[in-house]
Write a protein that binds this ligand. Structure first.
Ligand code: OAD
Length: 240
């Protein structure tokens, strides 16, 4: 099927949908300048995310892990949402059944105006104290030395690392939305990190029509109803 037909088909499904679920990954922020985790530019000082985003890495070398998050905060601090983020925020404002689930921690969906965002992996702008449990929004965090909580414990980013459980309430919300969605749009994820990777399959098994938007093929491509090759910024503006 040619692209124009795919886009028209996807539009028709999306606008007929009573419960639209959107799952986003790093690719939706790529056109804002956010480096994706996999693919070119995904490495920082030769480390992969899997080497640094773990409780073991933080225990072994918290300064290195905070240095990485400091670098990511610096990169992200100067960036703005792109047309794909804005298109989703517009979609939410239309007020029909709409749920946004993201694996991204960059906060760009909120900056674009999305309100109900289920952040599966946390948010880079928040810190969490493993000692007293306090979570705080700290956009201006002094990382010239390791950050400590008032209770004396070393703060960590409020991010779900590899090997850690997702926040229960957020996961529950995402699964409920999956099970009741009639259309699911999967944008900019390589679909290799669980549980997000299986979400499209679960939604499809419970009856949703699943549309993927990605410039590359992914493990999902053969398993969805419609896969559209292209950049999220351009495609979501046309689709939504
Ligand atoms: P990845 O970096 O694994 O995948 C990004 C995807 O976006 C790839 O499939 C690209 O082809 C696609 N892409 C690139 N540019 C795009 C564009 N302009 N429009 C649409 N798609 C584009 O990112 P995620 O799948 O989000 O977890 O990675 C999942 C998780 O792995 C992340 O949340 C992170 C990471 O390690 C943690 O940090 C816990």
């Amino acid at each position: 099927m040619e692209d124009a037909k795919r886009i028209a088909g996807a539009r028709e499904r999306i606008f007929a949908s009573a419960k639209l679920l959107v799952l986003t990954g790093a690719g939706i922020s790529a056109e804002s300048g956010v480096p994706t985790f996999r693919g070119s530019g995904g490495l920082w000082k030769n480390f992969r995310a899997e080497d640094l985003a773990t409780p073991e890495a933080f225990e072994r070398d918290p300064a290195l892990v905070w240095e990485w998050y400091g670098w990511r905060r610096e990169v992200l601090g100067g960036l703005s949402p792109n047309p794909a983020h804005f298109a989703l925020a517009d979609m939410e404002r239309r007020g029909r059944g709409f749920t946004l689930v993201t694996q991204n921690v960059d906060g760009l969906h909120a900056l674009a105006g999305s309100v109900n965002i289920l952040e599966l992996h946390g948010n880079i702008w928040r810190t969490r104290c493993p000692g007293c449990g306090v979570v705080a929004l700290e956009r201006e965090l002094d990382l010239s030395s390791l950050p400590y909580c008032g209770c004396g414990a070393l703060l960590r980013p409020d991010i779900v690392w590899f090997g850690e459980a997702l926040p229960e309430d957020i996961l529950r919300g995402a699964l409920m939305a999956l099970d009741s969605a009639d259309v699911m749009l999967v944008v900019g994820t390589s679909a290799v990190v669980e549980p997000a990777a299986s979400m499209a399959l679960r939604a499809r098994a419970s009856g949703a029509y699943v549309i993927e938007v990605n410039p590359e093929e992914t493990p999902l491509t053969g398993a969805v109803d419609l896969s559209i090759r292209g950049m999220a910024g351009e495609l979501l503006s046309r689709l939504l």
